[in-house]
Design a protein. Structure first.
Length: 499
């Protein structure tokens, strides 16, 4: 069997650990990867544990657009073969291409490329992806994130060519990971839920009932990294780096950063963050935070009738991929506010990780909406959700957690919990007021359906804290050990049937 990985940035190290487990435990030996950072590429080239049959670096492909002659005939063919239904979704999902973000900090949002340059970039990257897939002919494409032109091309073209695509995703139940045939749904979980439903075995859901009971008694986020108490939301925590010890550590880090910029070849890569931009944007952010936003927050009054919308981190795949036509959250809040009963308030709360980035002007625009109240981001969502009459979300876990608490939910994107019949997705914004009325007046929580879905999720997932393994774990041996349950799940659910 030929297995290819989409090695998206730092996921490379987790993907490699999974490949090692597949090699050592299950004797898979034919691996290739499409890689998205030069440091990741160099790691895979230099390691001796796996001989990757082919490694392609996106950073080497990108600059070819400068010499590429625009071929509209080719793009029209590409659009006909792989459009969804056109080629814009491939560009729109890429925050570097569309906003120059990751290179620059939010709220910077000026595209670095012209329309013609974007067309040529898609052209050269599509050619590279097609060549890679036709040369390697993988049986399986394993990935975790679809967040760039090339990753989107790999996913869609692989599907069209009949290659099995497998997503490794957080299960949104604490410390658990799931694998799926889609990036936006839990396909194996949905199949298992149908199987449980077909035999009407309520005793089988005892574990789910216990989980739901414990969550309702003591709710907590699925990932500790997004807990408000772990974020720099106060002015003191945002300026803590100025203490002598912290400032000295930062100065050392920045010195190494500058040295590396002048000595390493990856400074020429299109996704490289220069030390100048890093410094300028950090200074701008700290200056914005000098004034802060504490004077803009409204009181939380649980007794009044209100709906709840939790702002999401942006730009991220939650908006660019899962809800691309509602990515402007400021406009979306305006539409939600005017869709509520006249006496309702709309409580809006910032994402804990966005507090230090979102400019004050953004919140001032929100507060111009008469029935909107901006509540302090330090207030846990779990203090708000039990009292709200209705939850709105793009695709966030606020919707998932609200379902656990038996609240009606309306979302605007594609997310795994859309599989539940009690969740309503808004597909036409002019119908939102009617959808609101339906959810407020006719909503019925279906506990049996929820128990079955949660039981299926528990049965189809493994105990691995994927965000931690991906973002924080630096020990390669611990990463290797943590990857074992994921490799077991991949083999059990997909790879054994493809051998």
């Amino acid at each position: 069997m030929k297995i290819s990985f989409i090695s998206q940035r730092s996921f490379t190290y987790v993907g490699h650990a999974i490949a090692l487990q597949l090699k050592h435990k299950y004797k898979f030996n034919n691996f290739s990867a499409f890689v998205f950072l030069r440091t990741s590429y160099n790691f895979l080239k230099s390691q001796k544990d796996i001989n990757y049959h082919s490694l392609v670096l996106d950073e080497d492909i990108h600059p070819l657009y400068r010499q590429e002659k625009l071929d509209l005939t080719y793009l029209q063919w590409l659009e006909k073969e792989y459009g969804i239904p056109n080629l814009w979704p491939y560009a729109a999902v890429d925050r570097v291409l569309m906003f120059n973000q990751m290179i620059r900090e939010y709220p910077y949002n000026t595209p670095p490329f012209t329309h013609e340059e974007i067309m040529r970039i898609i052209q050269v990257k599509a050619k590279a992806v097609i060549e890679f897939l036709e040369k390697e002919k993988p049986d399986v494409l394993i990935y975790s994130v679809i967040g760039a032109v090339t990753t989107m091309l790999l996913y869609e073209i692989a599907k069209k060519k009949g290659i099995q695509t497998i997503a490794i995703l957080p299960a949104y139940i604490r410390n658990r990971t799931v694998v799926s045939g889609r990036y936006d749904r839990f396909t194996s979980v949905e199949a298992k839920a149908q199987a449980i439903l077909s035999v009407h075995n309520q005793e089988r859901c005892a574990e789910a009932r216990t989980y739901l009971k414990e969550f309702r008694e003591k709710p907590q986020p699925y990932y500790a990294g997004i807990d408000p108490k772990n974020q720099a939301m106060s002015r003191w925590r945002q300026f803590k780096f100025l203490t002598p010890r912290n400032f000295w550590l930062w100065a050392q880090f920045y010195g190494r950063y500058v040295y590396r910029y002048f000595t390493e070849i990856d400074r020429h890569d299109y996704s490289y963050i220069s030390p100048w931009y890093y410094l300028v944007d950090r200074v701008k952010r700290k200056l914005r935070n000098l004034r802060g936003t504490n004077d803009l927050y409204d009181s939380f009054t649980p007794q009044e009738d209100f709906a709840f919308y939790a702002l999401q981190y942006e730009p991220e795949i939650s908006s660019l991929l899962h809800a691309p036509f509602y990515a402007n959250q400021l406009n979306l809040v305006r539409q939600i506010a005017r869709s509520l009963p006249l006496h309702f308030k709309l409580y809006v709360k910032e994402h804990p990780q966005m507090v230090q980035y979102r400019p004050r002007e953004y919140y001032q625009e929100l507060k111009k909406i008469p029935n909107v109240k901006l509540i302090h981001p330090a207030i846990p969502s779990f203090a708000v959700l039990p009292h709200t009459k209705l939850i709105f979300t793009l695709t966030s876990t606020a919707g998932w957690e609200g379902i656990f608490l038996k609240k009606p939910v309306i979302n605007f994107g594609e997310q795994f919990y859309n599989a539940l019949s009690m969740v309503k997705k808004c597909v036409q914004i002019d119908q939102l007021p009617f959808l609101v009325k339906e959810q407020l007046e006719n909503f019925t929580h279906n506990e049996t359906e929820l128990e079955i879905f949660v039981q299926a999720l528990l049965e189809e997932s493994v105990v691995v804290d994927l965000p931690y393994l991906w973002e924080q774990e630096q020990d390669s041996e611990k990463r290797y050990q943590g990857a074992e349950p994921i490799a077991d799940l991949l083999v059990t659910k997909y790879l054994s049937s493809l051998k």
